[in-house]
Design a protein around this ligand. Structure first.
Ligand code: NAP
Length: 312
C-alpha cells in the first residue's frame, strides 16, 4: 500500500526536488501540502497549518518537512506528536539540543524519523567511501565556493541567527566528508567571516583533527559565498598510500588518481525517497548529527571576524 505523504513548506527545494521525487516513487502518494501561503501543486489540497491537515486527512501518515532550519524543531515535534513518520531536509535542526530531543520523541512515539543529507545520495560518494575504508587520510581539502546571490535569492532566513549562512551549502560538504572519512573528524580550528550587516558567516575555514593524527596530515575546508564566475563544490582526499580521490560537482563525479571513475546525473532525491520507503518498511529511524556537530563546533572554537557589509 502506498504511503500517503504531505509536504510542509512549499519553497524552492520542495518544488524542485521533493514533488517530482515523491510523484515518481510508487511507494508514495503525494496527498497534500501545508503552506503558510496556501500554495499548492497539482491541485492538491493545501492547509495553512499541520493541525488543519491532520484533522482533515488522518490517512496522511508521513510528512516531508521542507521549511528552513530555524523553526523546524517545533514543526518536526508537532508532526511526530501527531503520530506521523517524518523526513526532514538538511540541516535537521537549528541546534544539537533540538535534534537530540526530536530523536527521543520519535523513539517514544515509535515513529520513523529520517534526517536526510541529500549530497550523500550520489554513487560517487558511496564509491569514495568504499575506497577510503580502512585507509588513513594524509590530505583532505574541501572547496565549496558559490555565489549566494545566484543560489539563495530573496532567502532572508539564511542571514538570520539559526540560518547557517555559508554553512547552509557548506553542511552538504560536511555531510559528504563525514560519510567518506575513514576516521572521525573533529574541528581543530575555524575562522568565521561575518558581514557587518548580517548574523551568519559568508565565508568560513576549518581545520580538522582526527583522534590518532597522521604526522603532517593536512585536513582543511574552505566555504565561500562570494564566488562569482565558475562555482566549485569539490572535495579532494589523499591517503597515506598516495591514492588521490577527487569528488567534484557536489559529489556527483569521482576521479581516482586523475582518471574519471564515476559521473552520474544527480539522483539524490529519488534515492532519498527510496531509502525513506525502506525505513518505513522496516520501521527504522535514521538520525545522523555529525555534519551539524562540525558546524556547531566551528562556532564553539572558531575565530569570528567581521568583514564588509554584504547586500544581497
Ligand atoms: P525556501 O525557498 O525559502 O522555502 C522554504 C519554505 O518554507 C517557504 O517557501 C515557506 O513555504 C516555508 N516556511 C515556513 N516558515 C518559514 C520561514 N520562517 N521563513 C521562510 N520560509 C518559511 O527555502 P529552500 O531553499 O526550499 O530551503 C528549505 C530547506 O531545504 C533548507 O533547510 C535548505 O537547507 C534545504 N535545501 C535547499 C536546497 C536548495 O537548493 N534551495 C537544496 C537542498 C536542501 P510556505 O510559504 O509554503 O509555507
Amino acid at each position: 500500500m502506498k504511503t500517503r505523504i504531505a509536504i510542509v513548506g512549499l519553497g524552492k527545494i520542495a518544488i524542485d526536488q521533493h514533488v517530482p521525487s515523491i510523484t515518481a516513487n510508487e511507494n508514495f502518494e503525494l496527498a497534500a501540502i501545508v503552506s503558510g501561503r496556501l500554495a499548492t501543486v497539482n491541485g492538491l489540497p493545501s492547509f495553512r497549518t499541520q493541525d488543519e491537515l491532520y484533522a482533515a486527512m488522518p490517512d496522511v501518515t508521513a510528512v516531508a518537512l521542507c521549511t528552513p532550519p530555524a523553526g523546524r524543531f517545533e514543526t518536526t515535534r508537532q508532526a511526530l506528536l501527531a503520530g506521523r513518520d517524518v523526513l526532514i531536509e538538511k540541516p535537521p535542526a537549528a541546534t544539537l539540543g533540538e535534534i537530540a530531543e526530536l530523536a527521543a520523541i520519535a523513539e517514544a512515539q515509535d515513529k520513523v524519523f529520517f534526517t536526510t543529507w541529500h549530497s550523500r545520495f550520489n554513487p560517487a560518494v558511496a564509491e569514495a567511501k568504499r575506497l577510503l575504508a580502512g585507509k588513513r587520510l594524509a590530505r583532505l581539502r574541501v572547496d565549496w565556493r558559490e555565489d549566494v546571490r545566484r543560489w539563495h535569492p530573496g532567502q532572508a532566513w539564511i542571514w538570520q541567527p539559526g540560518g547557517f549562512g555559508v554553512f547552509d551549502p557548506g553542511i552538504n560538504a560536511l555531510s559528504i566528508v563525514t560519510e567518506i572519512a575513514p576516521e572521525p573528524l573533529f574541528v581543530a580550528h575555524a575562522r568565521l567571516e561575518v558581514p557587518a550587516n548580517k548574523q551568519t558567516p559568508i565565508g568560513a575555514e576549518m581545520t580538522f583533527a582526527t583522534p590518532d593524527p597522521v604526522a603532517g596530515a593536512d585536513l582543511t575546508a574552505i566555504f565561500d559565498w562570494r564566488q562569482e564566475g565558475p562555482q566549485s563544490w569539490n572535495i579532494t582526499a589523499e591517503t597515506t598510500e598516495g591514492q588521490l580521490l577527487e569528488l567534484t560537482d557536489g559529489g556527483a563525479k569521482l576521479a581516482v588518481d586523475g582518471k574519471p571513475a564515476i559521473a552520474e546525473d544527480s539522483q539524490e532525491y529519488p534515492r532519498i525517497y527510496a531509502m525513506f520507503a525502506e525505513l518505513l518498511a522496516s520501521r527504522t529511524s535514521h538520525v545522523d548529527v555529525r555534519p551539524l556537530r562540525l558546524v556547531a563546533d566551528s562556532y564553539l572554537v572558531g575565530d569570528r571576524v567581521a568583514v564588509e557589509a554584504f547586500e544581497d
